[in-house]
Design a protein around this ligand. Structure first.
Ligand code: FES
Length: 78
């Protein structure tokens, strides 16, 4: 583990209140001290204080966004 990764872990633990922002035509941005669980209830490792969760369904690294929503022109509104 690098010093940068350790610093990121420390930030997550004391990051404060959680917030979720639904980006227009893009992912959900999750900030703050939130535990991320998979469909079976197992923790998903998190290394950054802000994470982007896929909501288009096309990401190759679910549950995280990998930017594919731009290629497929995902739209959240008509
Ligand atoms: S929202 Fe970005 S890849 Fe799905």
């Amino acid at each position: 583990m690098t010093a940068d990764a350790r610093d990121g872990d420390d930030e997550i633990k004391g990051f404060g209140a959680a917030s979720i922002v639904a980006c227009p035509n893009g992912p959900l941005l999750v900030r703050g001290d939130v535990e991320l669980l998979d469909g079976d209830g197992h923790p998903v490792p998190r290394t950054r204080p802000t994470i982007a969760l896929c909501r288009c369904g096309a990401s190759a690294v679910k549950p995280f966004c990998d930017g594919t929503h731009k290629l497929m022109r995902f739209r959240t509104e008509e």
